[in-house]
Design a binder for this molecule. Structure first.
Ligand code: PGA
Length: 243
């Protein structure tokens, strides 16, 4: 269950979140929190000894250099991150992310020993035009270009239909299942059945405590990538408990 805080929470608010967060002792899923860059050290500190991994929300593909405003994989790893989100639809929509840049970031994340959470998903016009599978195939193929099985098995995928993100309009469990089964079939076609079965495919888009169970009950939904509901420690704990 991964929390994507996006551009929310200061350092002080991050500490408050972790102080208020009470997770079930016996958990059925891994827990990941992706705060804004500045709050990563505070999150790492607060999460210590609690079996909560911290993630970056993005990274640049060079490890260092004259790239004003960017953060690299080795920097995230050195700060204590274990994961990084790559290719979120907001990055694609507002910051010019393409399948080719997703691929470069993915290679860089793996080189820095981070677990990439690679986001794919269609827009509403694409869904209405019957292009869901074509879009998912293109984003998966482009994003994973040149990766071998050893690299691919270290990745997590997230299906995030753009029309469901931050809109309160959640995909039905059947829609999520259908898209995620297709994604797993793409993974299988490229890397074989065993790797495909072992890959975690998360669903993201208006996951809330009241819909988490029906989504997670789908055979190809292995977890959630959660924006809005992850900002509240009580709601996030309910999502982890509801897995
Ligand atoms: P949401 O965001 O839960 O607020 O819809 C999900 C995401 O963008 O990862």
């Amino acid at each position: 269950m991964a929390a994507n805080w996006k551009m929310h929470k200061t350092v002080a608010e991050t500490r408050e979140f972790f102080t208020a967060l009470t997770l079930p002792a016996a958990r059925a899923c891994a827990v990941v929190v992706a705060p804004p860059y500045l709050a990563i050290p505070a999150a790492v500190e607060a999460a210590r000894g609690r079996d909560i991994a911290i993630a970056g929300q993005n990274l640049y593909w060079e490890s260092k250099g004259a790239f004003t405003g960017e953060i690299s994989g080795p920097m995230l790893a050195a700060a204590g991150c274990g994961y990084v989100i790559i290719g979120h639809s907001e990055r694609r929509q507002y910051f010019g992310e393409t399948d080719a840049t997703v691929n470069r970031r993915l290679v860089a994340a793996l080189a820095a020993n981070l677990t990439p959470i690679v986001c794919v998903g269609e827009t509403l016009p694409e869904r209405e035009a019957g292009q869901v599978e074509a879009v998912l195939r293109r984003q998966f193929t482009g994003g994973f270009e040149g990766l071998d099985a050893t690299a691919a098995q270290r990745c997590v995928l997230a299906y995030e239909p753009v029309w469901a993100i931050g809109t309160g309009k959640v995909a039905t469990p059947e829609q999520a299942q259908q898209a995620q089964a297709f994604l797993r079939a793409c993974v299988q076609e490229r890397f074989g059945a065993e790797l495909a079965m072992g890959m975690s495919i998360l669903y993201g888009g208006s996951v809330k405590p009241d819909n988490v169970k029906s989504l997670m009950a789908q055979p190809d939904v292995d977890g959630g990538l959660v924006g809005g509901a992850s900002l509240d420690p009580v709601a996030f704990a309910a999502l982890v408990a509801g897995f």
